[in-house]
Design a protein around this ligand. Structure first.
Ligand code: GLU
Length: 462
């Protein structure tokens, strides 16, 4: 048994495309069958190498692995031509040389007469030898199929067009290539966006003309924006990989996408294994789902909290690299992540919190330094420097104890010590718990940053 994902590489991998891929992948994994990746790149003008790479990278990032492929349609023109010629020789297809003008005026008059616009079959019996090639759609009867999501779909053949299967430049069109491929690749279940549902009856007629088995179909509804209109850029990112860039975990995004249009009672959190076990095409909702960014953020945060640090580090690595963080140059990242997972909104947030533990900085934030490093702070920083240098076992508890005892001996509040220490350590005043931060910055760096703060104060007085 097989399912497939068949994107056209004419842009990035869209979040809606990723959800279609997820459903097709879940079906394959659930049925212990093969998942095929097919790149539908017959439109040579609009297909780009960058889009192919974006699709491959996107699928890899989100963890949807395929067993066959990527198979490129552009490598299969020979096979498509073979099928087109078989149809021609059986009179199930014919050449048509109708001009654009003729087709246009026919269309206009059909619309004016309130008829459904379609080709009138003018070239059907002309036995032409060149032009576009059209499929001879049956005139009588109807096409009926059962869709896993939409239920029974039925359409009269009289409503269907003689569709073009080969363009005048000899390239095959989508409806032909998809049928040839789904047949040749032995796809049992075609799971795709419901923007293709009107193509399905035409494709079924092609299967029948070729005397091929017809696969099963599941047409997945669109994703809408939070306001109910079709999902677009103004609702947030559409590009799957921009969710990686924004610090989402693939686990959270997959969980979010599976719930968007599919349900298992009111369960919200699904591990991948649970998704595979519970997935049923019949539980896909038949109405479009709305994208909700806050819910995705909530899921991401709850995954960050609950996943083991080993898994988080795997995905955090990409963000650390982007910030040029060298893990050799600081504390054990697993210990750091264990601490940060409770308080990070996203992996970006987590990576930014790591910067001060692994990287030194040249200057303090000017405005903060002027506000916090006053001359009377100098003594506090000096106290900190000498007391902290005495700590042998460098950990948050001992650091906390030093801060408290300085507060006590000087009769000042925690903030009066914590605030300058925070700025000295971070350079910009942004950090979580100060004693834990100092622990991760390490003793040597803490002392040298305190010295840097003292030099800054001295330089102001001169
Ligand atoms: N290549 C088509 C698309 O990206 C999908 C075709 C299909 O799944 O049948 O919309």
């Amino acid at each position: 048994m097989k399912s497939r994902f068949a994107p056209s590489p004419t842009g990035y991998l869209h979040i809606g495309g990723a959800r279609t891929a997820l459903f097709a992948w879940l079906w394959a994994r659930k049925n212990k069958s093969s998942f095929v990746l097919r790149i539908e790149d017959t439109d040579r003008e609009r297909s780009t190498k960058e889009s192919v790479n974006a699709i491959l990278d996107g699928l890899e990032w989100i963890g949807l692995d395929y067993d066959e492929g990527p198979i490129y349609q552009s490598d299969r023109f020979g096979r498509y031509n073979e099928v087109i010629h078989e149809l021609l020789s059986n009179s199930q297809a014919y050449y048509c040389d109708c001009s654009k003008e003729r087709l246009e005026s026919m269309r206009e008059s059909q619309i004016a007469n309130k008829e459904k616009p379609k080709y009138d079959g003018c070239c059907r019996e002309k036995s032409l030898k060149s032009g576009v090639i059209r499929f001879r759609n049956p005139d009588k009867g109807s096409v009926t199929f059962r869709d896993f999501v939409k239920g029974e779909v039925s359409i009269e053949n009289s409503e269907l067009d003689d569709l073009i299967i080969s363009r005048s430049d000899g390239t095959p069109t989508y409806n032909l290539t998809v049928v040839v491929d789904d047949h040749d690749m032995q796809i049992d279940c075609v799971i795709r966006g419901d923007d293709h549902i009107n193509n399905t009856p035409k494709q079924i007629n092609l299967y029948e003309a070729l005397d091929w088995n017809i696969p099963k179909f599941a047409h997945v509804p669109m994703i809408l924006g939070s306001d109910g209109s079709r999902l677009s850029k103004r609702h947030g990112a559409l590009n799957l990989l921009s969710y990686r860039d924004e610090g989402f975990l693939p686990d959270a995004l997959l969980n979010y996408l599976v719930r968007l249009g599919w349900s298992n009672g009111d369960q919200e959190i699904f591990s991948i294994d649970e998704m595979i076990e519970l997935f049923e095409l019949k539980n896909i909702n038949n109405s479009p789902a709305s994208f909700n960014q806050e819910k995705l953020e909530w899921l991401n945060q709850s995954y960050i909290k609950s996943l083991p640090s080993t898994h988080l580090v795997e995905h955090l690595g990409w963000h650390l690299e982007k910030l040029n963080i060298n893990l050799e140059d600081g504390p054990d990242i697993y210990v750091v992540v264990d601490f940060l997972k409770e308080r990070s909104k996203s992996l970006v947030d987590m990576a930014q919190s790591c910067v001060m533990f692994y990287q030194d900085f040249e200057d303090f934030d000017e405005a903060q330094a002027h506000k916090i490093f006053k001359s009377k702070t100098k003594e506090v920083l000096q106290d900190l420097e000498s007391r902290l240098s005495e700590i042998n076992d460098w950990n948050a508890n001992n650091i906390h104890f030093v801060i408290e005892s300085i507060c006590e001996s000087r009769s000042i509040g925690f903030g009066k010590v914590g605030q300058p220490l925070r700025l000295a350590l971070s350079g910009d005043g942004k950090s979580g718990s100060i004693d834990k931060s100092a622990q991760f910055v390490g003793k040597k760096r803490t002392l040298s940053r305190l010295n840097m703060a003292l030099s800054w104060i001295n330089s102001q007085n001169n």
